[in-house]
Design a protein. Structure first.
Length: 368
């Protein structure tokens, strides 16, 4: 199992923006130094807590500060940006990263962003599909493009000057394009199937109950079969909220503190998803009454915390429950205590993952 990093950072509303951005940057640089294989960052334009407004700009900021880690947009909210702008910016970013870019895409889940960009009442899934199709068509095509859609039309027909390069949209370094991943947040996600059929891979969100994470694998298999490719667990990424400390008391205190970053994270998400009628994501079964879904229950089910040995055991138990997957994405949280935040990532990479992979190897040998 590989170790990656995924953050849709939820910071205190009164925290200095410069400080939260610096700490988020430090987390990515630290992940690179620790050997994390990949790292993703989300984006929102209208959220004081989730305050990275452009994942492309953020990754460009840290591109030169990292060496080996693959960096992913997590995700570009496709309906909110012109497809030609996405194509051009991602192409440049892929070159800045020497081909270390992973292209994470979604329709966007924050309704205030949708309202801001005028698509709150639109079919955002339809917009999403048109946008990504147009991005890929741009990268595969030649100017003047002449791509017509329901939402966007793309051409440089009237202004193309071929011999001096005017009217061309850049292509990424990776051909035909960077690897594409989609975030999966719905139980039994149909989007996972459609993505897999196109050769894309899923990231199962860290705010899903294990039963719903488990439901993504058969949908992925279904899509891979339709697309004529093997369904490899190595291509499935699963995000998880984890906190590791040198002693169990510290781990429990920090991870369960009502004013700490882990509970704060889930309080914010619970409020948003409940308001949007998506409380089902936090249920342990579909017929569970809404009033049984509490913040305490959510945190108890979704936050792994403890010493390195304990966390390794919990990760292995989680893997037993949902099935084998290729990359565990450590979900980033606010660094209320920067030392504990850094220490958790270090322990995760240096102590937990060797134990997890040794345990996985033992399980495989026993199964044989």
């Amino acid at each position: 199992m590989n170790l990656g990093f995924f953050t849709m950072p939820i910071h205190p509303l009164d925290k200095d923006w410069r400080q939260s951005l610096r700490e988020d940057r430090e987390a990515f640089v630290l992940a690179d130094e620790l050997g994390f294989t990949e790292a993703y960052v989300g984006e929102h334009s209208t959220d004081k807590a989730e305050n990275i407004t452009s994942c492309i700009a953020f990754l460009a900021w840290i591109a030169a500060a990292t060496r080996n880690i693959k960096l992913g947009t997590g995700t570009v909210n496709m309906p909110n940006t012109h497809p030609a702008a996405v194509a051009a910016s991602l192409a440049m970013l892929d070159h800045m990263l020497d081909g270390r870019l992973i292209f994470g895409i979604s329709p966007g889940g924050l309704l205030s962003d949708a309202e801001l960009f005028g698509n709150l009442d639109a079919n955002r899934n339809e917009m999403f599909l048109e946008a990504i199709n147009q991005v890929l068509e741009i990268w595969a095509g030649e100017p003047p493009y002449n791509i017509e859609g329901k939402y966007w039309n793309i051409t440089t027909q009237r202004t193309l000057i071929r011999d001096i390069g005017q009217g061309f949209i850049a292509r990424p370094m990776q051909r035909p394009h960077p690897p594409i991943v989609v975030t999966a947040v719905a139980p039994f996600s149909k989007g996972v199937t459609e993505a897999a059929a196109r050769g894309w891979d899923p990231i199962s969100a860290n705010f899903l109950m294990p039963a719903w994470v488990k439901s993504h694998w058969p949908k992925y298999v279904e899509g891979c079969e339709r697309g004529g490719r093997a369904a490899e667990p190595a291509n499935w990424r699963v995000a998880k909220s984890v906190f590791v400390a040198k002693d169990a008391a510290t781990a429990k205190a920090y991870a369960t503190d009502p004013d700490g970053p882990y509970v704060y994270y889930y309080r914010s998400l619970f409020t948003k998803l409940k308001k949007n009628g998506r409380v089902e994501l936090f249920k342990t079964r579909r017929d569970q009454p809404d009033d049984e879904v509490t913040l305490e229950m959510i945190c108890d089910k979704l936050i792994i915390h403890g010493t390195a040995d304990s966390v390794a055991d919990q990760v292995l138990a989680f893997q037993d429950e949902v099935g084998a997957f290729g990359t565990l994405l450590y979900a980033g949280k606010d660094w209320k205590d920067p030392e504990l935040g850094r220490q958790s990532m270090i322990l995760m990479a240096e102590k937990v993952m060797p134990r997890v992979n040794a345990g996985t190897a033992k399980q495989s040998s026993a199964a044989e």
